[in-house]
Ligand binder design. Structure first.
Ligand code: ZN
Length: 188
């Protein structure tokens, strides 16, 4: 089932997600619905907060993006990125590392808004998968960027918080308009 996406101005986006202790049928259903919602919106990542649930859960799939490479390492060995797609991260703990890398980002909670964001190039990830099993890997490139963006969501952090002051100033009128529209819609 496709779920409504929470847009900027909805307070759920600022809430830190609660840990998930057990993969209940409700959690499995939510994961399925989040993938459907993400694919329908042509996104490559979606956090639980973006569908109104403050949980440590995000879904990612970078397979459709062919012009921005991703890298994956499992146990120190290069692995095929597709081998862990589609990716479900539950209670993720990440350690960003490497040189700062700047690249364009968008967010399904900010329709039509794109900006260059600087983040560490790679990331070490520990999480639980959709079957409740532990997983550990290192990601680089676009996958690293997507993971860092989504894990930010799980902690109530948004990509506008990572923009340079200059970029954010430029986008401010559109960001504020979206915030007002979202608040007005929530009051109805
Ligand atoms: Zn986002």
């Amino acid at each position: 089932m496709e779920l409504p996406i929470a847009f900027y101005g909805n307070p759920i986006l600022r809430r830190k997600g609660a840990r998930i202790d057990k993969i209940t049928p409700e959690v499995s259903r939510l994961i399925e619905d989040m993938f459907e919602t993400m694919y329908e919106a042509s996104g490559i990542g979606l956090a639980a907060q973006q569908v109104g649930r403050a949980l440590q859960l995000t879904v990612i799939d970078v397979r459709d993006i062919t012009d921005r490479p991703s890298r994956l390492e499992i146990d120190g060995q290069a692995a095929h990125v597709d081998s862990i797609m589609p990716l479900v991260l539950i209670n993720p703990e990440i350690q960003p590392e490497g040189n700062p890398s700047t690249g364009p980002e968008g967010c399904l909670s900010f329709p039509e808004l794109y900006a260059d964001i600087t983040r560490p190039e790679s990331v070490q990830v520990k999480a639980m998968n959709a079957r409740g099993e532990p997983m550990e890997f290192k990601a680089g490139g676009l996958l690293s960027r997507a993971i860092q963006h989504e894990v930010d969501h799980l902690n109530g952090i948004l990509f506008i918080d990572r923009m340079t002051a200059g970029v954010k100033d430029e986008l401010r009128p559109r960001i504020e308009k979206l915030q007002e529209e979202t608040k007005a819609a929530l009051e109805e």
